[in-house]
Design a protein. Structure first.
Length: 55
């Protein structure tokens, strides 16, 4: 499972956790997140997210 960070506000989408409140079940891969999904913190689209490495 990977993590994706919004480059605008820093929000992190963790594939392992999903976002149940947004209708994304735990284990939802980034590729399976709808293209029209928006960052819940700042409202930008998926294009403004980058995969990050957490140490």
């Amino acid at each position: 499972m990977r993590k994706w960070q919004c480059v605008v506000c820093g929000f992190i989408y963790d594939e392992a956790l999903g976002l149940p409140d947004e209708g994304l079940a735990p284990g939802t891969a980034w590729e399976d997140v709808p293209q029209d999904w928006l960052c819940p913190d700042c409202g930008v689209g998926k294009a403004d997210f980058e995969m990050i490495e957490i140490n």
